[in-house]
Write a protein that binds this ligand. Structure first.
Ligand SMILES: NC(=O)N[C@@H](CC(=O)O)C(=O)O
Ligand SMILES: [Zn+2]
Ligand SMILES: [Zn+2]
Length: 347
């Protein structure tokens, strides 16, 4: 049997939510991942160091017995964020990044930033102390086509921010376009990008052709095939600026299968199997560890994990559940649309 042993992976972009949903989805990430950058877009959002610490404690309390999983907390940047609170939370080791949501860009982003000048003080302080800014990279203007919102954001928002605050470390989260990949490659020091599992696998036809597939709807929305191909090339290249952030974002089925469905794909359970398949198809299984386990820690200034994870290939397709059950209802698991032949060995 073919097998592949990697340093244990980390997830550099994860939504765990809270309460019943947290309890249901956390074991799905803790099984394969050692650490994850935890998104702060709760309702209400996690905006202060004290709130991040309280949320971290709720996550720790929800971990299954014996799990080895460290949540790396983030703060949700608002126009009222206090630079000193951010610096203190960083110094105390509570937070590992600050998250910028343009107001209205995605799920639970109403308290995000409208006027980027108002957060300059925080960004300057972050550059001084070497704290990373995670960015949902889409403009929200109604007159910008949804398929162009990432490319326009790079030019109109991100590049000016980086020019005004040199030295700011940035993660362009869930990059979905060739434009984003090029921007990161040519972007000089301090910029990297996370790539999701699903954006390596689906394009906009999978979402829209032959019927609307609400479980493939996420933001940024999946783009043309040529963009997906660019993402795969970046992921398998070994380039240290690209790493895994699953953006596993659970919503109840009733919220997705609706006349106005929520954005978010839940992929925690089968991400490692999906990625092994993508890297195998590209003939680059040798680069999987860079993408899932080495490049992310490098960008965040952390050591790779000591522990390892082994993937095994089997001829028979591996069967994953269609979804998981929460106390509030069902959450459908990402369906890659092809059989998966890799499984994580249970040690
Ligand atoms: N990616 C998504 O489509 N949804 C995320 C928010 C986000 O990461 O933009 C969510 O919180 O559900
Ligand atoms: Zn986002
Ligand atoms: Zn997200």
């Amino acid at each position: 049997m073919q097998s592949l042993t990697l340093k244990r992976p980390d997830d550099w972009h994860l939504h765990l939510r809270d309460g019943d949903m947290l309890r249901a989805v956390l074991p799905e990430s803790a099984r394969d991942f050692a650490r994850a950058i935890i998104m702060p877009n709760l309702v209400p959002p996690v905006v202060t160091g004290a709130q991040a610490m309280a949320y971290r404690d709720r996550i720790r309390a929800a971990l299954p017995e014996g799990a080895d999983f460290t949540p790396l907390m983030t703060l949700y940047l608002t126009e009222e964020t206090d630079p000193e609170d951010v610096a203190r939370a960083h110094e105390q080791g509570i937070i590992h990044a600050v998250k910028l949501y343009p107001a209205g860009a995605t799920t639970n982003s109403a308290s995000g930033v409208r006027d980027f000048d108002k957060v300059r003080g925080v960004l300057d302080r972050m550059a001084e102390i070497g704290l990373n800014l995670c960015v949902h990279g889409e403009v929200t203007a109604g007159d910008v086509d949804i398929f162009d919102r990432e490319a326009v954001f790079l030019e109109k928002v991100l590049d000016p921010i980086r020019k005004r605050t040199p030295g700011l470390k940035v993660t362009l989260e869930h990059v979905t376009t060739q434009d984003g990949v090029d921007y990161v490659r040519d972007g000089g020091a301090g910029i990297a990008a996370s790539i999701t599992t699903h954006h390596l696998i689906i394009n906009r036809n999978d979402l829209l052709a032959g019927g609307l597939r609400p479980h493939y709807y996420c933001l940024p929305v999946a783009k043309r095939e040529r963009h997906r191909v660019a993402l795969v090339e970046a992921a398998v290249s070994g380039d240290a600026r690209f790493f895994l952030g699953t953006d596993s974002a659970p919503h109840l089925d009733e919220a997705k299968q609706s006349a106005c469905g929520c954005a978010g794909v839940f992929s925690a359970t089968n991400t490692m199997a999906c990625l092994a398949q993508v890297f195998e198809a590209a003939g680059r299984l040798d680069r999987l560890e860079d993408f899932t386990s080495l490049n992310g820690p490098h960008h965040y200034g952390l050591k790779p994990n000591e522990a390892t994870l082994t993937l095994e290939r089997q001829d028979e397709p591996v069967v994953f559940p269609a979804g998981i059950d929460t106390a509030q209802g069902r959450v459908t698991l990402f369906d890659p649309g092809f059989p998966l032949h890799w499984r994580v060995r249970a040690d």
